[in-house]
Design a protein around this ligand. Sequence first.
Ligand SMILES: [Fe+2]
Ligand SMILES: [Fe+2]
Length: 248
Amino acid sequence: MITPVRRNWSPKELFNALTPVMFTAEPSVLRTRWKKLWPELYTEYDARHLKEELSVRNLIATEEAAAFFDAWARDEERHAEGFIQIMELVADGSEKDLWERLDARSHNFSAINEYLKDEFSVMVMIAFDEMCTCHAYAADKSFYAGLGSNRFVRWLREVTADEAVHSMNAVNVIRARYSDRIGEVGTILDGLTSGVADESDYGGTFVLDYFGEKYTKEMLANCRAAILRNITKPLTTGERDGRSGRPS
Ligand SMILES: [Fe+2]
Ligand SMILES: [Fe+2]
């Protein structure tokens, strides 16, 4: 069985020397930071709802996919917790209030029904979505650099690398278990790239959160091409053992 790669780092350790007084700013700046960070937080948080939905619909069929989702869910929890810490530090957020806001949101998976047909379509959707998230975070460097500590730039590097690993781990499940269905991947990706959402259309599904100016048609096309490229490469022994999972 292939094993998912999981990177070892902790936002708690990364931010433990920082306090909110180091990042005080005008109310309008705090509001701008909040508006930017809140969707990042809730889309990360929504991973637990997607995982729950997959389990309710009984979609996980192989032990590779089960191992993928266990490692992935722990990372996405780490990302949500990190964003809560960042919002406390730079956007006047309170942990209790943020958890309450997160818990109050609703979730509707009907927009992604066609990708919740079977484990294969779920894995293609996740592989693509994680690649998009990786590219979107990578485009955010100036925002994090502008917050006033290199710890936030380091944070961005860590989350971006995690998202790249998620995409590659998902690709590896497809390469290991669904090599006979590689020919179907392009069509599934076409549907995903055409369904670009507006923030108000996002149903709390974790995936298809392609709102904001970073998600250009060109970026989505690049991610589509990267997935098709990665998916057709043969699995190496190291990837089978979970020793390497970086996309090219
Ligand atoms: Fe994430
Ligand atoms: Fe991810």
